[in-house]
Design a protein around this ligand. Structure first.
Ligand code: ADP
Length: 270
């Protein structure tokens, strides 16, 4: 039997995901119709976990690419490499996903070099093709290929916006931080802390998110709460766990840090 080219990207077990609304059903509808999907929302609110969960539900391999400013189209498409047998083309991860039918998730797509948008446009409209210019090849997308991108609208102020010509090719699902009881259940599960302690962390996070207008670029994410919970579960005192995982990680500003520590005292006593 031929080796499975996507073996490395198959998920072994079910990724835990707590839904906040109808996002699983809506995503299914989009995927059934091969509509490219844009996930909007702040960092650490569950977008990546959601895609992992959907890939597992659908039994599809998932190619996740965390985009950064050094990432160019060649990193996605592939390149010619020289080895003992001469110069050979090597498919990049996006090309492999397109050829063999994986879900490809481009996380924080606006961080990547501008030339990547040229590559994803023909994949994200009715053409569903990938142009490998260097190779002179037009790769039609496998019927199971699915494109998902994510984007944090909070970074618009830094000039990291998604161009209309890109965003209008996608259907968009909006993510926010989960409702308090859902977020507490997530933190309790992921960090292995008691529900009551998880609820206090969430209460703290909600306070931190309210500090945004006072100079905090972003409040604490669910991801950060999970980290704080892990430190608590490992035996750290609340003030220490919150300092490490939340306060110092969130800000360098002394006044903001003081306000966040007061919030820790209010939520945990102290
Ligand atoms: P994003 O991709 O939005 O930056 P992630 O999906 O990586 O965020 O979420 C960060 C962490 O928060 C996850 O690893 C997981 O532990 C937790 N998490 C957030 N939302 C959920 C959710 N709805 N269900 C399960 N875990 C979640």
């Amino acid at each position: 039997m031929a080796p499975d080219p996507l073996a490395a990207w198959r998920l072994a077990g079910e990724p835990f995901y707590r839904a906040s609304g109808d996002e699983i059903r809506l995503c299914m509808l989009a995927f059934e119709r091969r509509l490219p999907l844009l996930l909007k929302g702040p960092t650490g609110c569950g977008k990546t976990r959601f895609v992992e969960h959907m890939a597992w539900r659908l039994g599809r391999p998932l190619v996740t690419l965390a985009c950064n400013e050094d990432m160019t189209a060649s990193d996605l498409l592939g390149r010619y490499l020289i080895d003992a047998e001469g110069t050979r083309w090597h498919d990049g991860p996006l090309t492999q996903a397109v050829r063999h039918g994986a879900i490809c998730y481009l996380d924080e797509v606006v961080e990547a070099h501008r030339d990547t948008t040229v590559v994803i446009h023909p994949l994200a409209d009715t053409r569903r093709v990938l142009a490998l210019e260097r190779r002179g090849e037009l790769v039609p997308a496998h019927p199971d290929f699915q494109l998902v991108i994510s984007y944090n609208p909070g970074y618009q102020e830094r000039g990291k916006d998604l161009k209309p010509s890109t965003r209008q090719r996608f259907v968009a699902l909006e993510f926010g931080y989960p409702a308090p009881e859902v977020e507490a259940a997530i933190v309790a599960h992921e960090a292995g802390v008691a529900p009551e302690l998880a609820a206090r962390l969430v209460e703290w996070a909600r306070g931190s998110r309210a500090l945004r207008p006072q100079g905090l670029e972003e409040g604490a994410s669910t991801r950060m709460l999970v980290r704080a919970g892990q430190l608590l579960a490992a035996g750290a005192a609340p003030a220490q766990a919150c300092d490490l995982a939340l306060v110092c990680a969130l800000t360098d500003d002394a006044d903001t840090a003081r306000a966040l520590r007061e919030l820790v005292a209010a939520c945990f006593g102290g």
